[in-house]
Every structure is written in structure tokens, then in C-alpha cells.
Design a protein. Structure first.
Length: 145
């Protein structure tokens, strides 16, 4: 696990085992994935606003989803998974409502706009549980006195 999502991080650098706050690595990974989904929703929602298609439910979901990623507010794995699933559905509904001229070719989209349930694992989101296997302990990167 490596988590640097809050002010409680070990030595202000990041937690490398269970979070000081009690968070497990799997939950931290899910919270990162949810943030990617929220960024993707926001990308398309900005376009929807420009087309006069803004929906209050979208704004509320983004706020609620973001709040679920804040430390000490939600460590419920199933709830975060549910938010991720709902987020993809919401994002796809927004995309479907956009006028055709507002959708870019896939190759011209920023990475966050292309995240899907199938490719989210390829984004840099699973660092919390895998960084230790790849890079070793955080102590390897701390300055020595």
C-alpha cells in the first residue's frame, strides 16, 4: 500500500502499510479509481453545460462522489464500487445527450475522457497496493541525514 490522500500520512510522505486513518490499500485504490471516473464525468459535463444540458443530478453525484474519497468519510468498498459503476453510467448518459459536433474522435480525447470499466486498471490508479512490490519500501526514497 502507498497512500498520500490526506494530512494524516505517515511522516507527511504517505502511508505504506494500513493508513494511519485505518484505510486499507484496496479502498485507497478504489477511491483513486472513483476520482478518475469523476474527472471523466466532469470532462463531459463541461461540454453538456456549454450545450445547455446541465443536470443538477450530475452536479450532486460529482460532489457526493468526491466527498466519498475524503479521508475518514467512507471506507466502504462496496459503496465505492457502486459509485464507480453509477459514475460510468452517468458519464455515458451525458455523452449520449451531447450534440454530435461536441464529441471528439477517441484519439483526440484526453486520457481521463477515455476511462472505461475495462481499461481503468491501466490508468495509474493501483499504486496503493502495488507500489511496494515495484519500488520497495518508501524508506528507500526518504532522504538520509
Amino acid at each position: 500500500m502507498f497512500c498520500n490522500q490526506c494530512q494524516e500520512t505517515f511522516n507527511s510522505m504517505g502511508c505504506t502499510k494500513n493508513g494511519v486513518c485505518g484505510k486499507k490499500g484496496e479502498v485507497a485504490d478504489l477511491q483513486d479509481k472513483l476520482l478518475y471516473v469523476l474527472k471523466s464525468i466532469s470532462f463531459y459535463n463541461l461540454k453538456a453545460r456549454a450545450a445547455g444540458l446541465n443536470e443538477e443530478a450530475t452536479d450532486k453525484f460529482v460532489l457526493d462522489g468526491f466527498f466519498a474519497t475524503l479521508t475518514n468519510t467512507n471506507f466502504d468498498k462496496k459503496e465505492i464500487e457502486s459509485l464507480i459503476k453509477k459514475g460510468f453510467e452517468l458519464r455515458d448518459n451525458i455523452k449520449a445527450k451531447l450534440p454530435s459536433g461536441m464529441i471528439f474522435a477517441e484519439k483526440d480525447l484526453p486520457a481521463l475522457a477515455t476511462v472505461t470499466p475495462e481499461n481503468i486498471g491501466s490508468f495509474d490508479v493501483a499504486v496503493h497496493s502495488t507500489a511496494m512490490k515495484i519500488f520497495g519500501p518508501l524508506e528507500n526514497f526518504l532522504p538520509t541525514e
